[in-house]
Design a protein around this ligand. Structure first.
Ligand SMILES: *[C@@H]1O[C@H](CO)[C@@H](O)[C@H](O)[C@H]1NC(C)=O
Ligand SMILES: *[C@@H]1O[C@H](CO)[C@@H](O)[C@H](O)[C@H]1NC(C)=O
Ligand SMILES: [Zn+2]
Length: 295
């Protein structure tokens, strides 16, 4: 049994409590969520670089894809794997779909490609499966870096949100989540609102939603349709000070990429759950989605 002095236990409880006491915040800047406010602007204001898509021969897949597809009830033998190579980065992103995924590889390539290359570089594998509606999650352990779209996640704000979880986990390169650092917590405490109701559920969800807001801010130079103008400016400033130049600015080429997981046989037993201990954030749920393009 772990035998800690009572004072130390109390100190640890107080420390944990102070983190979580930051939420919920009293005001919501976007009561209907971010999609109705920002997705039109992302669609109009961004473009994916040209990309080549090469499908792998059947039978093999990266280990992380096998883990997530199996866990998402994709039947063995239905994994489809692609190298997606964008014009701004010579190393492909290896993307995987279950063959009944709602998103096509063209949609995956397009939504992912509309983000700046340095933001994309916080992601290892991009994975899509079939699902009702859309939910999504990010795997953020130090040996991970994958994002998984479950269902028809055809809006840019969701892709930015999930990639925002990777930015949170890896952006500083220290393996420490920015959303739980004193910098972000103090900024949140200084503010009177969160981005939306979903941001009120956890520090990392608020950070991911603020990544969406910040990316729009970088593109347009102002913040649209705020209920309480300026109410999240401290968070916005903290996030942009840390990551605007390094990750949210367009242009340049990739300089750090997370190596792909080893190629293995894409065969698994039905219902077998074989996942390593990576930290999974989500499933993230989104309301009032405004669909982007489809092709
Ligand atoms: C996919 O990309 C990897 C890494 O660059 C490369 O080793 C592999 O040969 C490529 N596969 C195909 C089918 O192009
Ligand atoms: C808190 O707000 C004040 C005034 O609005 C601002 O000057 C200060 O930089 C903020 N602090 C943080 C940590 O964001
Ligand atoms: Zn999330």
């Amino acid at each position: 049994m772990l035998n800690l002095p009572n004072t130390l236990v109390l100190a640890l409880l107080a420390a944990a409590g102070s983190v979580y006491a930051q939420l919920p915040r009293p005001l919501i800047n976007y009561p209907l969520g971010l999609s109705p406010v920002f997705d039109e602007g992302f669609f109009a204001g961004t473009a994916a670089p040209s990309a080549t898509i090469v499908q792998w021969a059947p039978g093999k897949a990266p280990q992380a894809c096998v883990n997530e597809l199996a866990w998402n009830n994709c039947l063995s033998g239905r994994a489809v794997v692609y190298n997606v190579t964008y014009a701004d980065c010579p190393t492909p992103w290896i993307m995987c779909r279950c063959d009944n995924a709602d998103l096509s590889i063209y949609q995956m390539t397009n939504f992912f490609g509309r983000m700046p290359v340095h933001l994309r570089s916080t992601v290892r594998h991009v994975i899509a499966t079939h699902g009702e509606g859309c939910s999504a999650y990010a795997i953020t352990g130090p040996d991970d870096g994958d994002i998984v779209m479950q269902g028809n996640c055809n809006t840019q704000s969701i892709w930015l949100h999930e990639t925002g979880h990777q930015l949170d986990a890896r952006g500083l390169g220290t393996g420490v989540g920015f959303s739980t650092s004193p910098t972000f917590i103090n900024a949140l405490w200084n503010d009177t609102c969160v981005a939306d109701d979903y941001g009120n559920t956890a520090l990392w969800e608020e950070f991911a939603q603020m990544t969406v807001v910040s990316q729009s801010h970088v593109i347009y130079g102002y913040i649209q349709q705020q209920q309480y103008p300026g109410c999240f400016d401290s968070q916005l400033n903290a996030l942009e000070t840390a990551f605007k130049t390094s990750h949210l600015t367009y242009g340049g080429t990739c300089h750090t990429r997370i190596p792909a997981t080893p190629t293995v046989n894409a065969v698994w037993k039905r219902g077998r759950i074989d996942r390593r201990g990576g930290k999974r954030i989500g499933p993230c749920k989104f309301d009032h989605l405004v669909a982007g393009h489809k092709h």
